[in-house]
Design a binder for this molecule. Structure first.
Ligand code: SAM
Ligand code: SF4
Length: 350
């Protein structure tokens, strides 16, 4: 067994730009990679129809990174120029050590790390909002596809919308900035958009609208409900002016506002508006497998490298990942069916 790797082999203080620029990751297409999403668990307490099958097979628990491994690898990523980390899943708050993970990664805020964010379904957020805020989390993305409790129970296969609303209230009380994420689904929540805009405007939340992506078999036929973003927005754009704003976030959202209203809308449209040219992201699963692209199955195995040789084994693999990161995702979804990676979004985090 190799000695336990130290977590801060290359400490990067905010005033050490030379060290950072030497280590920074850049792919074969010249894109600098500064944003890591970590799926801390592939498990979830809900079963959203567009995301998971009802009867999911999850990765064996023995394959999951331990707290020390997860934090140690995250710190190495920061040493390699990752300045933004999003904790996601599966449902990240179902991981028992999540507060500890957030706190220990958050220790690097101001030391290489600029932002530590979370994506959650919020069912457990009332129990974690304050400790996450204390760990340095400032922004949470919360999935809420509808404001109708019956439709919510349908789309999540049994979830309670009340729990989510309690989570949202707790996040607000803890001072977290909130973005509500809504996956666009024709015939399910397209009529809900005006109510969702009111809900977000009243609460002071951003609204993220996401096109459904063909990832993994869910037992539901996604092409039936898939809708291009422009079409989903039509009920608003018919009657109001929707215009781009300069707001920027680390992810691929294009930000808009509705003239005369006080709300920001982030459009994530990987199918109808490809955004791969500006990609700055990679994703790590709970088993330490790192994917250069959401839309491809190819991955490197950092867990094996860490267990074999500690931190020294990671950098060569990350260099290989940079050399092989795909130029663009290949997602197809439409009348003829769908084509995308075999893994579910929950394995590498949305
Ligand atoms: N459980 C958390 C949640 O639901 O927010 C975090 C993980 S979930 C995989 C992250 C985001 O991916 C959510 O906003 C979810 O709606 C979205 N998502 C899941 N499967 C998707 C798919 N096939 N296409 C588009 N978005 C998807
Ligand atoms: Fe769970 Fe999030 Fe997937 Fe819904 S979208 S099943 S909450 S991981």
């Amino acid at each position: 067994m190799s000695p336990s790797p130290t977590l801060r082999d290359v400490p990067v203080a905010p005033d050490a730009p030379d060290a950072l620029s030497r280590a920074r990751m850049r792919d074969a297409f010249g894109r600098t990679i500064s944003y890591l999403r970590i799926s801390v668990t592939d498990r979830c307490d809900l079963r959203c129809r567009y995301c998971m099958a009802e009867d999911m097979t999850f990765m064996p628990r023995r394959n999951l990174l331990s707290t020390d491994e997860l934090v140690g690898i995250a710190h190495h990523f920061i040493d390699r120029g990752i300045d933004t980390i999003r904790l996601t899943g599966g449902e990240p708050l179902t991981r028992k050590d999540i507060d500890d993970v957030a706190r220990r990664i958050g220790e690097r805020l101001g030391y290489g790390l600029r932002a530590l964010n979370l994506t959650t379904n919020a069912t457990l957020l009332d129990q974690h909002a304050q400790s996450l805020a204390d760990a340095g989390v400032r922004r949470v993305n919360i999935s809420l596809d509808t404001l109708d409790p019956i439709d919510f129970a349908y789309i999540t296969r049994g979830g309670s919308m009340d729990a989510v609303l309690r989570g949202i209230a707790a996040a607000r009380d803890a001072g977290l900035s909130i973005r509500i994420n809504m996956v666009a689904m024709a015939g399910f929540n397209d009529h809900m958009l005006p109510d969702m805009l009111d809900f977000c405007e009243d609460g002071g939340f951003d609204l993220g609208l996401i096109e459904s992506m063909p990832m993994g078999d869910t037992g539901s036929y996604r092409p039936r409900s898939h809708v291009a973003m422009d079409e989903f927005l039509a009920p608003i754009t018919r009657d109001a002016i929707v215009e781009p704003i300069g707001h920027k976030t680390p992810g691929p959202a294009r930000w808009m506002r509705i003239k005369g209203r006080n709300i920001r809308i982030g459009l994530i449209a990987p199918i109808s508006h490809n955004f791969c040219d500006g990609c700055n992201r990679i994703r790590m699963g709970a088993d330490g497998k790192v994917h250069g692209c959401l839309g491809h199955d190819a991955a490197i195995d950092l867990a094996a490298a860490w267990r074999d040789g500690g931190v020294e084994g990671l950098s060569p693999l990350l260099d290989r990942l940079m050399a092989t990161k795909a130029e663009r995702h290949i997602f197809r979804i439409g009348e003829t069916g769908e084509h995308g990676p075999s893994r579910h979004m929950s394995a590498t985090g949305g």
